[in-house]
Write a protein that binds this ligand. Structure first.
Ligand code: HEM
Length: 190
C-alpha cells in the first residue's frame, strides 16, 4: 500500500514511553561499550588504566544485557504498535528480521563476554562495586566464548548498520515520519 498523501494526516502508532526509554538507553550504552572494546584490546598490557577500560566495558556490557532482558519482558507485556500499513512486504520482513537478530546478538555478546572473562579465571567486577559470581575455570570454554565475542562484533556492525540505514531510508526517501514511532509526541504536533 502507498503512503497516505500529504493531505491525509499521518497517525503513526508510537511505542509507549518505557519502550522508548529502554530503546534510547540501550543505544547509548551500546555506543559506549563498542568504542571501549576497540580501544582496550589495542592498549599495551602495562598501559595505565587498562584494567579500568576493561572493567567499564564489562560493566556497561552487563547493563546492556539487563536492558535487553527488560525490553524483551516489556515487549511480552506490551507488544509494540503495528507497523504502518503503507510498508511493502519486503520492508516488513526486513524490519522484523533486523529487530530479531539485534535482540539475539545483544544477548550473545554480553553472555559470551562474561563467559570468556569468568571461565578464564578473571573475576568480573561491576564498576568496582562488587564481583559477579565466578564460573569454574575452563580454558576451552573461555576460548570458545572469546571467538564468539570477537566474531560476534561483526554481526553487531551488520545489524546496527541495517537498522540505521532503515532510519535513513524512511527519513530521506520514504519521508513517512517513521522515526517518530520511537520519539515522544511533540507538544506542537498538528
Ligand atoms: C552488548 C554487549 C557487548 C558488546 C557489543 C561488546 C563488544 C566488544 C568488542 C567490539 C570488543 C573488541 C573485540 C576486538 O576487536 O578484538 C570486545 C572485547 C572484549 N569484551 Fe566485550 N562486548 C560486550 C559485552 C561484554 C561483557 C558483558 C563482557 C564481560 C563481562 C565483555 C568482555 C570483553 C573482553 C574480556 C574483551 C577482550 C577480548 C579479547 O581480548 O580477546 N564484553 N567486546
Amino acid at each position: 500500500m502507498l503512503k497516505p498523501s500529504s493531505d491525509a494526516p499521518l497517525r503513526l502508532a508510537r511505542y509507549n514511553a518505557p519502550h522508548q526509554a529502554l530503546h534510547w538507553l540501550t543505544a547509548a550504552v551500546i555506543f559506549t561499550v563498542l568504542p571501549l572494546g576497540w580501544v582496550m584490546v589495542h592498549m599495551a598490557k602495562d598501559a595505565p588504566h587498562r584494567g579500568l577500560y576493561f572493567t567499564v566495558h564489562k560493566s556497561f556490557g552487563l547493563v546492556a544485557l539487563a536492558l535487553i532482558v527488560a525490553r524483551l519482558l516489556w515487549r511480552a507485556l506490551r507488544p509494540p504498535p503495528p507497523l504502518p500499513p503503507w510498508l511493502e512486504k519486503w520492508e516488513i520482513g526486513l524490519a522484523h528480521a533486523t529487530h530479531f537478530f539485534l535482540y539475539v546478538i545483544f544477548l550473545v555478546m554480553p553472555v559470551s563476554g562474561f563467559i570468556l572473562s569468568s571461565a578464564s579465571g578473571h573475576p568480573v567486577s561491576f564498576f568496582g562495586l562488587f564481583d559477579l559470581p565466578q564460573m569454574a575455570k575452563d580454558e576451552a570454554l573461555s576460548k570458545l566464548a572469546d571467538g564468539i565475542h570477537i566474531y560476534g562484533q561483526y554481526a553487531v556492525y551488520v545489524f546496527l548498520a541495517a537498522h540505521i540505514l532503515a532510519v535513513v531510508w524512511h527519513v530521506a526517501f520514504r519521508k513517512d515520519g517513521y522515526i517518530e514511532r520511537m520519539l515522544p509526541e511533540q507538544v506542537n504536533a498538528e
